[in-house]
Design a protein around this ligand. Structure first.
Ligand SMILES: NC(=O)c1ccc[n+]([C@@H]2O[C@H](COP(=O)([O-])OP(=O)(O)OC[C@H]3O[C@@H](n4cnc5c(N)ncnc54)[C@H](O)[C@@H]3O)[C@@H](O)[C@H]2O)c1
Length: 267
């Protein structure tokens, strides 16, 4: 049988060499994605509000033999976001990929969340996603090309986390805003997608009680947590030319948690 695509064309679909890639959130998942995309050949620009997280990730990349730079950025502040994005365009002339991972949470019963808690969580997770998508989207619209990937959560598809009402609401909003951006950006060949991960083994989950995790991990088909490295493949796919006809999607990377009833849960 004749191959549908030549081998050389397949590797072109997954070409990341010199792609100018902004990664918001330098700690946790951001660090792992930065390493993976650098390994694939991308130019990495980290944006985070905490300088030490940026410096640690830049060092981790340097130790692995890759260059990266960072711009201190507060995603809740459109002026900070716009200035950071302008700086990237001034230096590189374009932006190929946005991986927006910056996110926060606080945990309390629904009735106890204060205005400060709600403003903090929605400010980063919802407003921050909008500001980043807008700033990068303007550049991508101009260049008529680009890939945006926002990190949502299984908590935005299901209410499965204890005491996380504003977080889950913010992530549901991320999934929805991705569809709106995707719709308006499609004429400019800009794809906008989201990943909804299950619990990821990062500092964000360090404070959660072990008993909770023992129960909830058993509800995935694999009976375990998601390692951050396991999101890399989905992120590379959704920001590659292989995904040129994929937009407005929320890809659950959750070990089947949201869709299948597993034998583990019956044990
Ligand atoms: N860890 C999980 O189990 C899990 C599960 C599903 C989805 N997620 C999502 O994945 C993404 C990454 O999470 P993580 O586990 O790596 O978290 P993390 O706490 O390890 O890292 C989040 C990063 O965002 C940065 N950040 C926070 N506020 C910011 C701001 N105002 N401006 C710029 N940067 C800011 C932090 O400094 C930090 O480096 C988040 O959006 C999170 O909601 C995490």
């Amino acid at each position: 049988m004749k191959p549908i695509v030549k081998e050389t064309e397949i590797s072109k679909l997954f070409q990341f060499t010199d792609k100018v890639t902004i990664i918001t959130g330098a700690g946790g998942l951001g660090e792992v994605l930065a390493l993976g995309f650098a390994q694939a050949g991308a130019k990495i620009i980290l944006m985070d509000v905490i300088a030490s997280k940026c410096a640690e990730t830049v060092k981790a990349l340097a130790d692995a033999g890759f260059n990266a730079e960072y711009i201190l950025t507060d995603v809740t502040n459109p002026e900070s976001v716009n200035a950071a994005v302008e700086q990237v365009v001034e230096k590189y002339g374009r932006i190929d990929i946005l991986l927006h991972t910056a996110g926060v949470t606080r945990n309390k019963p629904c009735l106890d969340f204060t205005k400060d808690d709600i403003d903090f969580i929605l400010g980063v997770n919802l407003n921050g996603t909008i500001y980043m998508n807008q700033a990068v989207g303007r550049v991508m619209k101009q260049q008529c090309d680009g890939k945006i990937l926002d990190i949502g959560s299984i908590g935005g598809l299901l209410s499965h986390m204890d005491q996380s009402m504003p977080y889950e609401a913010s992530k549901a909003a991320v999934h929805q805003l991705v569809r709106s951006f995707a719709n308006e950006m499609a004429p400019y060949h800009v794809n906008v997608n989201s990943i909804a991960p299950f619990w990821i083994n990062t500092p964000m989950i360090a404070h959660q009680p072990k008993e909770y995790f023992d129960r909830v991990f058993a509800l995935t088909a694999f009976g375990r947590c998601l390692e951050p490295e396991e999101l890399l493949g989905a992120a590379l796919f959704l920001t590659s030319d292989a995904a040129n006809f994929v937009t407005g999607q929320v890809l659950a990377v959750d070990g089947g948690y949201s869709t299948i009833k597993t034998m583990h849960s019956l044990e």
